[in-house]
Design a protein around this ligand. Structure first.
Ligand SMILES: C[S@@+](CC[C@H](N)C(=O)[O-])C[C@H]1O[C@@H](n2cnc3c(N)ncnc32)[C@H](O)[C@@H]1O
Length: 242
């Protein structure tokens, strides 16, 4: 078993001339074994591991997220938080010839790991940023993707993350969220997942109790919100059009 992880031991990198962000408390306390400890990256960043965690649904959910982006998407795309597996290379392959992708993550080893998975010439910029204070100008991005991040965050952080991502989207832009959802009452996995999430991912059950729209900023002009669930309701995809 891993020792509880001391974030001071992470070799920090600067991906651009900006002050390094502190790793949030909920990551070092609750998720150090998944994202912060260097051994976590080696252990979890394989298709077999990510697929196991999602009961074989990794590709299906990845493709569901990408399917609601325009094919050969143009303009600027923002991915909020790194994802294990081939999520970002797959996202890149959907972008058009002049499109660019920015990826933010607050944990430097996650960004280093992602950089290794991308071709050197890929039109991608990596930023060490906290999702709840992105530090980008408003109305910059045509589309943004948040894949399995919200369930990791305490409620107040989740609310600020959604507000930030929507702030940096252009009018008419699209936000795609994929995450956990309350399973259908007939789904037998609810009996396994409820105690498992309560033990390992304590904020995740919020997404069983409330719809994502509950954490959207009040008063924001939103064009359309569409929800689709997968795998007996255990997962959801939300598409928010401004
Ligand atoms: C997207 S989520 C989980 C993805 C999924 N479980 C997978 O297959 O990898 C994990 C990432 O979110 C990042 N993260 C968590 N909180 C963050 C925050 N406040 N700002 C930026 N990145 C954050 C973690 O560092 C980690 O790389």
């Amino acid at each position: 078993m891993y020792q509880k992880f001391d974030p001071g031991a992470v070799p920090l990198i600067e991906t651009e001339a900006a002050p390094l962000r502190e790793i949030p408390h909920y990551l070092t306390e609750t998720y150090w074994w998944a994202y912060v400890h260097p051994r976590a990256v080696r252990f979890f960043d394989r298709m077999v591991a990510v697929n196991l965690i999602l009961f074989g649904n990794y590709r299906r959910l990845r493709d569901a997220a990408l399917a609601v982006l325009p094919s050969r998407a143009a303009g600027r795309t923002l991915q909020v938080a790194c994802v294990y597996g081939d999520f970002t290379p797959s996202l890149l392959s959907r972008l058009g010839p002049d499109a660019t992708l920015d990826v933010v993550d607050v944990v430097p080893i996650q960004l280093e790991n992602l950089r290794r998975k991308l071709p050197a010439s890929a039109p991608v910029t990596l930023y060490q940023r906290d999702s709840e204070a992105l530090g980008f100008e408003s109305a910059q991005y045509d589309q943004a993707i948040v894949f399995f991040l919200l369930h990791e965050q305490p409620e107040a952080v989740r609310r600020r993350t959604l507000a930030e991502v929507l702030r940096v989207l252009k009018p008419g832009g699209r936000l795609v969220v994929v995450d956990y959802h309350r399973p259908h009452w007939l789904n037998p996995l609810r009996l396994l997942m409820k105690p498992l999430l309560a033990r390992l991912e304590p904020f995740a059950l919020d997404l069983w109790r409330k719809d994502v729209s509950h954490w959207l900023p009040e008063g924001l002009a939103i064009g359309q919100v569409r929800e689709k669930t997968f795998f007996g309701g255990l997962y959801q995809r939300i598409v928010i059009d401004l």
